[in-house]
Each structure stands twice: as C-alpha cells, then as structure tokens.
Design a protein around this ligand. Structure first.
Ligand code: VGL
Ligand code: ZN
Length: 212
C-alpha cells in the first residue's frame, strides 16, 4: 500500500479509545492515553472516519466474574479460546464512554460490538463466532472505501483482529503503530504482528500520513 496521500476511498477506523482501556480504567492498556492526541490529528486527514466502541452486556461471557475465574485466564467456548477479562465497557457505563480528550467531530459512524451476551467481538467486522457480521464492511463498501487505516486500543486484540478481518473482507489495510498501544499478554503482541503481516496488513507510522 502506498500510504502517503490520503484521499477519497480512505477510511480511518479508531478502535475502542474508551475510558476502561485508558489510565484508571477497568482494563487499562499500558500508556493507552498516549494515542489520543495522535488519533485526533489523524482524524482530520481522512474523508471517512469510523469509531468503534466495545459494548458489553452486564455479565458478558468474556468477563472472568461470569465464570468464577480470574482475569486473564482462558477458557474454551464453542467458538474457540476466550481470554477472560475484568468486567469492562458495560453498555451505557462511564467506562464504556470515549476518552474525554478524544476529539473527532468529523467521525460519522460508531460501531458497537460485543453486545451479544454469549459472544465476544474483538473485531469491528466479525464477532468471535466467526460468522456474525457487524455490518461495517457493507457500510464502508457503500461509502466507496477501498483502504482502511486502523488505530486505537489494543494493538494485539481489537486493533489486530479488526485489521485482519478488514483484509479478509477485501480492503487494503494499514495499522498506524504509534497510534496504538498493546496489552501484550504472553507474547500476544508479537503474534498479532506476525498474523497481520501474513495477511498483508501494512505497518505505518503516523508521520507517514501527517508529514505529507
Ligand atoms: C479489547 C480485550 C477485551 C480491546 C476489548 O479493545 O482490545 N481487549 N475487550
Ligand atoms: Zn471487551
């Protein structure tokens, strides 16, 4: 992907820049707040800007408390291995709100995901059952988008899965590395980059876009 000239057909997908993933939040991503000013600057360059919001039911299947287990343990579910998380991003809660310093007035669409009680959704395209679609691919296609640029939280979970499913849906995809932060659970960050590279996801710096 030649990335520098952002124009028609390019979309910025801002993943889960929510209070619970930032400092003091229920599932704070290390240095997560640092993405906010970079994301704000990037958003001004794109004609199509989409936000995503992790948006779980109380008692969601991805919560450790729902299984009497400890956070960051894993369990096997019908759709595969599920990491168990602290309760986070409960729909309508303050933790599920966007970071107060996230200023993207030009954003046009918010995709909420993970709202089915029995299915998680890291990806903004496809839930963890690998078959339930969020509608994002159709939305982007109807808007004439061919390339998506992904940023936000967390690199190795929702950003990575969104980037990979974007490729599988037929988009060109770049991840803007310094506009993301990772959880990095047992090497998950390295594995995510390897998997993304295998699918042809490009790795960019925000300066590649902002400098032009
Ligand atoms: C995320 C874990 C659980 C993310 C969401 O946004 O990366 N990670 N839910
Ligand atoms: Zn979640």
């Amino acid at each position: 992907m030649t990335q520098r000239d952002i124009g028609a057909g390019d979309a910025l997908i801002i993943v889960d820049v929510q209070n619970d993933f930032c400092a003091g939040g229920a599932l704070a991503v290390p240095d997560g707040d640092a993405v906010v000013p970079i994301v704000n600057r990037l958003a001004r360059r794109f004609p199509v800007v989409t936000l995503t919001q992790d948006w779980h039911t109380p008692g969601h299947i991805s919560f450790a408390t729902s299984h009497d287990r400890q956070p960051f343990e894993t369990i096997e579910l019908a759709y595969g291995t599920q990491v168990l998380w602290p309760d986070h991003c409960v729909m309508g809660s303050e933790g599920a709100g966007f970071h107060p310093d996230l200023v993207v007035p030009t954003a046009q669409m918010v995709v909420r995901k993970g709202f089915h009680p029995e299915v998680d959704s890291y990806s903004a395209f496809l839930e963890a059952d690998h078959e339930t679609r969020t509608g994002l691919a159709g939305y982007l296609r109807e808007r004439g988008v061919g390339r998506i640029f992904v940023c936000g939280l967390a690199t190795d979970f929702c950003v990575g899965w969104t980037a990979m499913d974007g490729r599988k849906a037929g988009f060109e995809v770049a991840v803007i590395e310094d506009a993301c932060r990772a959880i990095d659970l047992d090497g998950s960050l390295g594995r995510a980059w390897d998997s993304m590279a295998g699918l042809g996801v490009t790795r960019l710096s925000s300066t590649d876009i902002l400098a032009s």
